[in-house]
Design a protein around this ligand. Structure first.
Ligand SMILES: NC(=O)c1ccc[n+]([C@@H]2O[C@H](COP(=O)([O-])OP(=O)(O)OC[C@H]3O[C@@H](n4cnc5c(N)ncnc54)[C@H](O)[C@@H]3O)[C@@H](O)[C@H]2O)c1
Length: 374
């Protein structure tokens, strides 16, 4: 079994490599993007020991054409991943994410032997705000309007201004991204699906919720809310919560995500589907801060600032029934247990610069994408 992992030197990629059986031949293609690989522009020693590592942009297909021959499964993890940043560095996100996937598919079309499966790491961002219930009716809304957010109306409301109840995200729901990042993830999905349907290749498209855990690059201020909160709590003993702090996210442990990817890559039978990957549990950001504070023994000052990021959604949680039907029982790591593992790793790392986070927020403010309610 030979597997090609694009973006394999990143956070999730490292975990997938660790969990693949020792007899699997692994090729990693990764540009070691500067924003992600702040501390070192080298492949981690454990990756070099285990895989053939090629430092290349996924769009530079000549750099890895030869290494891609004979691949059974391709796991496409390459992406620029900052939702907020995608709202102003638009062409960068389109080029790396959408064009990156397009180029990879062009390379596959020239291979002597095609892979039998492509596994794509998509995102819950493709759902946008998702679906809502009002009594027995299911709604899709246009999302939250700027003028509502400016008044501090945080929940998604119906036409009469009544808050709607967010439903767990299901793969059959409408894809309706609210960010450029979400759009590019949807394009990745559609490109892979279209290509695979026409070539008789399996397409497994995972829509990950918020993935967290050890090995997440701490120096990238554009991603990873758990890292950002942890830095604030540990370094400053204070933390800012946007909106009213009651937006919810589904935090899924990276080890669980990697196991799902490995399981799908090794799966013997044909399998082609869009599949959610989350813990299935919604947590408010306020609760998240409380758990991190409890584990680190801190009593941070929690500032609910009323600031908000344009393009952010209000609620997200995965419905995991599709995974269970196709791939078997799903037993996610409980949040507190995963956070303990994350925090004990975090405390052994060099703390990232708080100035970088402030710079990323300033950038958003200057571009009119980080605002405050009146
Ligand atoms: N981490 C999450 O919470 C999360 C949630 C939903 C979806 N995802 C998706 O999972 C995938 C992996 O995410 P991650 O958290 O490991 O991100 P990451 O940033 O740690 O890893 C991505 C890797 O891709 C590489 N890369 C970026 N652009 C490249 C290019 N043009 N050519 C070659 N390599 C390039 C980077 O150097 C990096 O090593 C992404 O597709 C992301 O959209 C992640």
């Amino acid at each position: 079994m030979k597997i090609l992992i694009t973006g394999g030197a990143g956070f999730i990629g490292k975990w997938i490599v660790e969990k693949l059986p020792s007899e699997t031949e692994i090729v990693i293609v990764d540009s070691l993007d500067e924003q992600v690989h702040k501390t070192s522009r080298q492949f981690a020693p454990e990756l070099q020991a285990r895989a053939t590592c090629i430092k290349a942009d996924v769009r530079d297909i000549e750099a890895y054409r030869e290494a891609a021959e004979g691949t059974d499964v391709i796991v496409n993890l390459v992406a620029q991943t900052g939702t907020g940043q995608s709202m102003y560095e638009i062409s960068k996100y389109v080029q790396h994410n959408a064009d990156g996937t397009a180029k990879l598919l062009e390379l596959i079309s020239t291979l002597k032997q095609k892979p039998r499966r492509i596994v794509l790491s998509s995102s819950r961002a493709v759902y946008g705000e998702g679906a809502f219930a009002d009594g027995t009716e299911i709604y899709y809304t246009k999302g939250r309007r700027l003028h509502e957010l400016q008044k501090g109306i945080w929940e998604v409301c119906n036409e009469q201004g009544k808050p709607l109840q967010a439903l767990p995200m299901r793969e059959t729901q409408l894809a309706n991204p609210t960010s450029v990042y979400g759009l590019t993830k949807l394009w990745q999905e559609q490109l892979v699906q279209n290509y695979c349907d026409n070539q008789n290749i399996d397409a497994v498209i995972f829509r990950f919720q918020n993935v967290y855990g050890p090995k997440q690059e701490l120096g990238n201020p554009y991603t990873g809310i758990i890292g950002i909160f942890t830095n604030s709590i540990v370094q400053k003993n204070s933390v800012e919560l946007f909106e009213d702090g009651l937006m919810t996210r589904d935090f899924v442990f990276v080890g669980d995500v990697a196991e799902a990817v490995v399981k799908s890559a090794l799966y013997k039978q044909p399998i082609s589907s869009i599949i959610n990957i989350g813990s299935g549990q919604a947590t408010t950001l306020k609760e998240l801060v409380e758990i991190i504070a409890h584990i680190t023994n801190k009593k941070p000052e929690v500032r609910i600032s009323g600031r908000f990021r344009v393009g952010d959604i209000r609620h997200a949680v995965a419905d995991m029934s599709c995974y269970e039907t196709l791939l078997g029982e799903w037993k996610p790591t409980p949040l507190e247990q995963g956070l303990r593992e994350y925090l004990s790793w975090y405390l052994g790392q060099v703390p990232p610069s708080e100035a970088d986070l402030q710079t990323s927020l300033k950038e958003m403010e200057q571009k009119g994408l980080l605002k405050v309610s009146k």
